[in-house]
Every structure is written in structure tokens, then in C-alpha cells.
Write a protein that binds this ligand. Structure first.
Ligand code: CP3
Length: 377
């Protein structure tokens, strides 16, 4: 279990003042099983919500992220609508990179695209550090949001160095991140400097959100599944540990998530140390949660892992799947229910609200009140 940590958070911070420390999310991340399971969704803000699409008309994605009023309102929309147990700050993993001066845009339907990719030692040398003052719109948006969230915690997030490097080196979305992985092997020194830069930029972004009021921090290493375990441990994990170290002294619970992460799930939990380095590990839809627990142990909570594809299946199919996810999550010390990856844009939002109601009706996830305990294999 994570012990009550001395934190250097300001007394007025929601976690330090006690406003969010008893929330289902924070309790579960710290290893406690609240009487009701917490649930939130990755990408709960965004295109699945008509109120989001309406608000975003005429504003580019990254401009929306840097408008404190708009970013705050978009963050609050899914919390109001679905009654989820946490907000996730509306922003993007490339926001701090843009604030550090990199020419990057988010192309609708595609993702982050760079003006010129970072591929050589000289390109890496030319990267500027992030000026802390540039994070002011982020601090303002978070402060505004937590004021309105009351005792519902806000999750801050950042991209892990590898996932950022996958965009920086490729210049945009790619399938297997071949160029990035080539650079890792062809020029290990350049690679290491690139990831060290990304870790500082992401770490500063994460720390700004936490200091401004976020009660938990999630590191997204979405594309980690393209790495071998050996490459992950040697050339990636130390930089992810460095990014997360920016919030260690603040004592907020930390979540580490990746897609296709089965091979490296235990390493994502320890981050190369011989102890558990994070409070919770996010699991995608490929790995049943009881198997995930077998790999990571019970020193860490698990988050996940409803298959996003199920959200458009008939309700009976989805309901059985959610119950199964909860049942398997019973093997963990604690479980935060979520999807195995983000909400697909075409999802009917009323289905998400129904999933929240279902999860909240299932007790603490271990007591068999979901009626499926007897069906356990
Ligand atoms: C890989 C990654 C990115 N961004 C992010 C990741 C890691 C999580 C993951 O794996 O999904 C993180 C992210 N991006 C966004 C959030 C907001 C909070 C939330 O989860 O609700 C978060 C946590 C908003 C967004 N980020 C983006 C949108 C869509 C923008 C729009 O509305 O046009 C949103 C709501 C754009 C984006 N940004 C990125 C992609 C692949 C895309 C999708 C491109 C598309 O399909 O249009 C990069």
C-alpha cells in the first residue's frame, strides 16, 4: 500500500485540503477498495459529445487547449453528463512540445503532424527547453476546472518520452514507428538526448497541472507496444521514470498506461527499479485483468480495460463484458474501471452514461453482487 506521503502541495490543493483524498479514484489508486468502484474513460472529453463538437466549431484543437476557459469547459462536460469519478484535463500530449517552440499541429482525423521531423543530432541540439512561463494557460485552465469540480478529482497527464519521440521522429502518426526505432539503435546517444528532452518537457507539463490542482497524474505511453522488452528496459523506461519524477515529491498517485503493453507491463510498473514505481498501471483490452495482476503483482492498482469496440455492440453484449472486466479486476488490490484505450469518436454517449451506472451498481467489485461471481472459471 502507498503510505500517506508528505507532500509539498499547497494547503489549498484539493488533495492536500482533503477535498479529493477520500474520493473513490484516489482511494483506489492508493490501494484501497472503496465500497463502489471508480470509473472514468480515457478520451471521455471530445468528439463523442455533441456539446464538445458544438463548442469546438471554428477553433483549432491546439488553440482550444490553450484557451483556459474552453479547455476547462470541455474537461467538465463529460463529468457533468456521465457522472464519472474523475475529470481528465482536456489537452494533448503535444501541447508542451508546441509550447517549447516545436512546429506541430493536430490534423483532424489524423493526429499530431510536425512542420519538420526531428531526425538528426543537429535537430535534437536545436530543441529548446520549455519556458515555465509558457505553461500559464495550462495552470489557469486547471485552476478554473478544479474550482468547479468540487470533490471530484482531476487527473493531469502527459505523454511518455517514447510516444512523443514516435511523433517527433516520424513527423506524424505512423504504424510501427520504424524511423524512431531505427534512431534508437543507429544513434543511441542522439536518441537518449531526444528522450531526455521529452522527459523534461512532459515532466514540467505534468507538474504544472498537479501544482495547479490535479489530484492524480497519468503518463500515456500509447505506442509502447511496438517495442521489444529489452529495448523498453534499456532505452525507454529510464526516461519515463525521469518524466514521472517531476511529481514524486508532490505525493499524487501516478498511473502509467500503454497500448499493447503486455510484454512490458511489469517493467512499466517498476520503471527499472526493484520496487513498484507507480500507484496504478493501465491495461489495454488485450490482456484480461487477472492475467495483468499475475504479471504486475498486488503492490499496484490496475486500471482498465473495457474493449472500446464493445461500446457499439448491443447493450447485452457490452454489459456482460463490463461485468467480466469487473470480475477479473477483483484479483487486483484495487481497480479503477476504464476502457482499454480511448473512447472512439463515433460512440453514442448515452452508452457511456449507462456503463457508469452499471459499474456503480456493482459494489466494490469483489463481493459477487454483480451476480457473476458464481460464473467464475
Ligand atoms: C497518442 C495521444 C495523442 N494525444 C493523447 C495521446 C495519448 C492517449 C491515447 O493514446 O489516445 C492524449 C490526449 N489527447 C486528448 C486528451 C484529452 C483528455 C481526454 O482523454 O478526454 C488526452 C489525454 C484530447 C484530444 N486529442 C485529439 C483530439 C481530437 C481532436 C478533435 O476534436 O478534432 C482530442 C479530443 C487529437 C489527437 N492527439 C493525438 C491523436 C492520436 C489524436 C487523434 C487525431 C484524430 O483522430 O483526430 C495524440
Amino acid at each position: 500500500m502507498t503510505e500517506a506521503t508528505t507532500t509539498s502541495l499547497p494547503d489549498s490543493h484539493p488533495l492536500a485540503s482533503g477535498r479529493t483524498s477520500g474520493s473513490r479514484l484516489v482511494r483506489a489508486l492508493r490501494g484501497d477498495r472503496p465500497e463502489t468502484l471508480p470509473v472514468w474513460f480515457m478520451r471521455q472529453a471530445g468528439r463523442s459529445l455533441p456539446e464538445y463538437r458544438e463548442l469546438r466549431v471554428g477553433t483549432a484543437m491546439l488553440d482550444a487547449c490553450l484557451d483556459p476557459e474552453m479547455a476547462s469547459e470541455i474537461t467538465l462536460q463529460p463529468v457533468r453528463r456521465h457522472g464519472v469519478d474523475a475529470g481528465i484535463f482536456f489537452s494533448d500530449i503535444v501541447v508542451p512540445i508546441k509550447l517549447a517552440g516545436v512546429d506541430v499541429e493536430i490534423v483532424p482525423g489524423r493526429g499530431p503532424v510536425l512542420g519538420s521531423p526531428i531526425r538528426t543530432a543537429a535537430d535534437v541540439d536545436a530543441l529548446e527547453p520549455l519556458d515555465p512561463a509558457a505553461l500559464e494557460p495550462i495552470r489557469q485552465a486547471v485552476a478554473r476546472t478544479v474550482e468547479q469540480l468540487g470533490d471530484t478529482p482531476l487527473i493531469g497527464f502527459a505523454g511518455a518520452p517514447f510516444t512523443l519521440a514516435a511523433y517527433l521522429v516520424e513527423g506524424g502518426p505512423s504504424k510501427d514507428h520504424i524511423r524512431a526505432r531505427t534512431l534508437m539503435h543507429a544513434e543511441p546517444e542522439t536518441w537518449s538526448r531526444l528522450l531526455a528532452w521529452a522527459a523534461e518537457v512532459s515532466g514540467a507539463f505534468l507538474r504544472a497541472q498537479v501544482l495547479a490542482g490535479a489530484s492524480a497524474a497519468q503518463l500515456f505511453d500509447s505506442w509502447v507496444g511496438s517495442l521489444s522488452r529489452a529495448d523498453y528496459v534499456r532505452s525507454v523506461a529510464p526516461h519515463s521514470a525521469q518524466a514521472l519524477s517531476h511529481v514524486t515529491d508532490l505525493g499524487v498517485p501516478r498511473i502509467h498506461f500503454g497500448v499493447g503493453s503486455g510484454e512490458v507491463l511489469a517493467d512499466m510498473t517498476t520503471l527499472g527499479t526493484d520496487t513498484v514505481g507507480v500507484d496504478a498501471v493501465g491495461v489495454d483490452w488485450r490482456l484480461p485483468l487477472d492475467e495483468a495482476v499475475r504479471r504486475v503483482g498486488t503492490g499496484v492498482s490496475v486500471q482498465g480495460n473495457i474493449d472500446p469496440a464493445m461500446l457499439s455492440a448491443p447493450w447485452e453484449v457490452l454489459e456482460a463484458h463490463v461485468r467480466e472486466v469487473v470480475r477479473r479486476g477483483g484479483a487486483a488490490r484495487a481497480h479503477v474501471v476504464n476502457l482499454g484505450h480511448g473512447v472512439p469518436p463515433e460512440t453514442d454517449p448515452t452508452v457511456l452514461t449507462r456503463v457508469v451506472e452499471l459499474v456503480h451498481s456493482l459494489g466494490d467489485g469483489t463481493d459477487g453482487t454483480d451476480g457473476t461471481a458464481g460464473a467464475a472459471a
